[in-house]
Write a new protein. Structure first.
Length: 214
């Protein structure tokens, strides 16, 4: 069965990312980066919250009302996500500020837009967990089973996030190398052109001297 992160990513296609970018007042690439940074952190925060006293039960109480939400993301995103910020506290608990800061650093969004993004994603993550729990029946009613599911998905989400960061870092390094190579090639081209100018000047002077001798 697909993990929470997999389920969310399957349902957040280009159209949904475009909607999110409009809600945030930014471009789709920035919105995608912010979503990519937020989702693993939210799954991790959700797993940590579930381990707190009463945390798993509180999360389970949300599953029924969010069970079919993945099928109506357009209207959810269009409405700006959760009606209030209360669900963030239930999803992230004491990790809300840390997740907010981490997403800001990864995406460049300010605090208000980051919080709005988290409010959009929170019910989506719960909807994905509801679908995940349906295939793992005991997780809907047994807090310990829910904890197991969330711990497993949190580990997978963090690993995927780590790989994504490494790929992004590799892409940045390649782009930096390309830029440096282009600079070196341009400098060499200018040097060659300067030498050609010098050569042309020498030939012109030699030609003038030969004419005078005649």
């Amino acid at each position: 069965m697909a993990s929470i992160l997999d389920l969310v990513q399957q349902h957040l296609g280009p159209q949904e990312i475009q909607q999110i970018s409009q809600q945030l007042g930014t471009d789709p690439n920035t919105a995608q980066q912010a979503v990519n940074a937020a989702l693993p952190a939210m799954v991790g925060g959700l797993a940590s919250t579930a381990q707190q006293p009463g945390g798993a039960s509180n999360i389970q109480s949300l599953l029924g009302s969010h069970a079919g939400i993945l099928g109506s993301l357009g209207s959810l995103i269009g409405a700006g996500g959760a009606a209030d910020g209360g669900i963030l506290g239930q999803v992230l608990g004491r990790h809300e500020a840390d997740v907010n800061q981490g997403v800001q650093q990864a995406s460049g969004l300010d605090s208000d837009r980051t919080r709005k993004l988290l409010m959009i994603l929170a019910p989506i993550v719960i909807g994905a967990l509801a679908k995940r729990a349906m295939s793992h029946g005991a997780a809907q009613t047994d807090p310990n089973q829910l904890n197991d599911v969330l711990r497993q998905d949190a580990v997978q989400a963090q690993e995927q996030a780590r790989l994504a960061r490494e790929l992004a870092r590799g892409a940045r390094d390649l782009e930096r190398e390309r830029v440096e190579r282009d600079k070196r090639e341009e400098a060499l081209r200018q040097q060659v052109e300067a030498l050609r100018d010098i050569e042309r000047g020498i030939l012109e002077r030699e030609d003038k001297l030969r004419r005078r001798e005649k």
